[in-house]
Design a protein around this ligand. Structure first.
Ligand code: WTA
Length: 655
């Protein structure tokens, strides 16, 4: 996304009222940030104590970013239990406080208020059920659920028994689910009968049945009844959560795990066709998730915090479940979508539950902006203290609308830049300390050392104003540790292009004030409605169809989604292109990956621009998709430059 250069001049400093109550003001930020960089051992040695350890750590940090021997360890000799930190330790002081507010898809259904004591009971029961099904410490459990409280119970129950969860977004297809079950060799899949969303129902159990056709026979299923509709049932394999829950013991001793024992795996798209299993471990992750939740959102005891993400993404892991619960917060879990039953739903929920901090994605803001401000103005949003965004660059128009219409011009906005790999916020304003600029993720969080590198030379650019690729110079506690089962791929992906640094895959600009502006991915990953999508994944889905000889996929600017999916498809000899075939291919990709990968535009390409050695020149395809022919650059190295004219001539209209 291009950056509106005019908007850079607009600065929104925190209001004195907000500063007076904030955990961190500007002086404190400077002081703590400097301390965190000057002496990370001392800084994190102290910060690590914000959680309860069973055996305290004596070592704080042991990190090597050298290619060939990358190793990241934090608090490594400490032991703990993450679920006990999110639940048990709050029981004495806030057992009756609401831990989770659950807002169902249909506003006519009843919302739930689950106290810390009730959460404890349900998580213990789920932990006992999983143990009875044979799950032990370090075994993997796949969670494929709607946004129901049981998704939180399942994650925390795994953490409680030291099992490793891998949550798969309920919008993924059976094939994608099966690949993830096999990828981590899961023992159990937790699913539900159906997933209601926006008034429609997805058949999760039936998807699970299909997925498991490609998995080991020993994989067991635990099914949560959500809608109560009829499903298939395989005796011996399928387990009825609701029946087992009634019988299960409601106490369970949390299992002691090492700080570096894995807490979860989360698959995310990269530059290749195969999603990577990002591994996060226990100690460093929970310290950082709790700390960022508290400071970035300026969370205070008693506040109601709402992150609108799905637990299928890292945002849901860190800022619906782990960060808020580690802080003893009240966190809201929303099953539905922003436009059901109408475009006022977000604001209706804010009013109903007196939400204090609201955290969403720019794509949702843009979509709601298009519906008009009447939808916002119908509701009382006076409890809101802060707004946040995540997932993609926010365009200044959307930022301004969010600020003026939702925030009434008086609430700070935090634009948080981070990734599945980073576990928590790395660049973000702190609301009582940082002057916000629409479109900028501003400054590094404590302990984070961002650098801008020249993409060609790989050298750090030391001038404050700089443009290049965004890398991080040293580790932070919630950094991913490895790719599940493939440490070599971990090193190659993040540590080989720029030696000695963690490479984010994003481009960025640092302005004269030292504020960071993310300019988007520099690899073959696109960001569709805040969801990461590897173009190679869509390409491999397309070429799996019998009519397709070759496919190349790129992103193009899309008003609501940020980026849309633009596919160039070369058909097999003799296959006639048609609109019907477009529809077939679109459905095929949805079936292979899931609706989030649905191609927006499919252009028939008799030939793709290739170098003489056969490499597809994606740069050119991107420019054509972006409607930016002037900037095609040198095409003389193409094997057949005339294909470019054909592609330009037949470019798909964006509307
Ligand atoms: C993009 C989501 C600009 C970025 C937490 C990153 C952002 C990718 C922002 C990670 C932001 C995330 N401004 N771009 N505030 N936040 N991104 O793994 O390209 O789903 O690399 O994690 O989203 O996406 P992921």
């Amino acid at each position: 996304m291009t950056i509106d250069t005019k908007a850079q001049a607009v600065v929104y400093p925190p209001s004195p009222d907000f500063v007076a109550k904030a955990h961190i003001n500007a002086e404190r930020y400077e002081e703590l940030y400097k301390a965190s960089i000057a002496d990370p051992e001392a800084f994190w040695g102290a910060e690590g104590k914000r959680i309860d350890w069973i055996k305290p750590y004596t070592k704080v940090k042991d990190v090597d970013f050298t290619l060939g021997q990358v190793s990241i360890k934090w608090f490594e000799d400490g032991t703990l239990n993450v679920a006990a930190n999110c639940i048990d330790r709050h029981l004495e002081t806030r057992g009756d406080q609401t831990a989770i507010i659950w807002e169902p898809d249909d506003p006519a259904d009843e919302a739930l208020h689950i106290s810390y004591r009730e959460l404890h009971r349900s998580v213990c029961k789920m932990a006992n059920i999983l143990q009875d099904m044979g799950v032990r410490k370090s075994d993997r459990v796949v969670i494929y659920l709607p946004m129901v409280p049981e998704a939180a119970y399942a994650m925390l129950a795994c953490a409680r028994i030291g099992a490793v969860h891998s949550v798969v977004f309920a919008g993924f297809s059976p094939d994608a689910l099966g690949a993830r079950v096999n990828g981590c060799d899961a023992k159990v899949v937790i699913t539900s009968d159906f997933a209601p969303r926006g008034g429609r129902k997805t058949a999760l159990k039936s998807n699970t049945d299909k997925a498991l056709l490609h998995c080991k026979d020993s994989v067991k299923v635990l099914m949560v009844r959500r809608t109560g509709d009829q499903t298939t049932w395989i005796e011996g394999r399928d387990h009825d959560y609701n029946a087992l829950f009634l019988e299960a013991d409601d106490t369970q001793a949390p299992v002691e795990v090492g700080a570096e024992d894995p807490l979860f795996i989360l698959y995310t798209s990269g530059s290749t066709g195969q999603p990577k299993g990002v591994v996060h471990t226990s100690g460093g992750y929970i310290v950082f998730a709790g700390m960022t939740h508290k400071y970035t959102f300026d969370y205070h005891d008693g506040d109601v915090f709402w992150c609108t993400a799905d637990v299928g993404w890292v945002t849901g892991h860190s800022y619906i479940i782990y960060g808020p619960l580690a802080n003893g917060a009240t966190t809201l879990m929303f099953e539905g979508v922003p436009t059901f039953p109408d475009a006022g739903r977000f604001w209706a929920v804010c009013e109903k539950h007196k939400v204090n901090q609201f955290y969403t994605a720019p794509t949702a803001i843009r979509a709601l902006m298009g519906q008009g401000k009447e939808w916002v103005e119908k509701y009382d949003l006076s409890d809101l203290k802060l707004l946040g965004t995540v997932g993609e660059p926010i365009n200044p128009e959307a930022w301004n609308w969010y600020n003026e219409v939702v925030g009434k011009g008086t609430r700070p906005i935090v634009d948080t830049w981070w990734q599945t790999e980073t576990g928590g916020h790395l660049l973000t304003p702190l609301p009582g300390a940082t002057a916000a600029k629409p479109g900028s993720a501003t400054k590094p969080f404590f302990g984070v050392e961002p650098v801008v590198l020249d993409p060609q030379s790989g050298e750090e650019i030391h001038e404050t104003a700089a443009e290049g690729v965004l890398c991080i110079k040293s580790s932070w506690p919630a950094q991913m540790r490895t790719v599940w089962g493939d440490h070599e791929r971990f090193e190659q992906t993040y540590f080989s292009d720029y030696k000695g640094y963690y490479f984010s895959g994003d481009g960025c600009r640092r302005d004269a004030d030292g504020d960071y502006w993310i300019t988007g991915r520099v690899d073959d990953v696109i960001n569709v409605s805040g969801h990461r999508m590897g173009t190679a994944e869509v390409e491999s889905a397309l070429v799996a169809h019998e009519t397709v000889a070759e496919a190349a996929v790129v992103g193009y600017p899309h008003d609501i989604k940020g980026q849309g999916i633009y596919c160039y498809v070369t058909l097999m000899n003799g296959v006639e292109p048609s609109d019907d075939l477009r529809k077939t291919l679109r459905n095929f990709v949805r079936q292979e990956i899931g609706p989030i990968a649905s191609p927006d535009l499919i252009q028939w390409a008799p030939g793709l621009p290739k170098t003489r050695s056969g490499k597809i020149m994606r740069r050119i395809l991107r420019k054509i998709a972006e409607d930016d022919y002037g900037a095609l650059g040198d095409i003389s190295t193409l094997a057949d430059p005339s294909v470019v004219d054909d592609l330009i001539e037949n470019r798909m209209n964006k509307s």
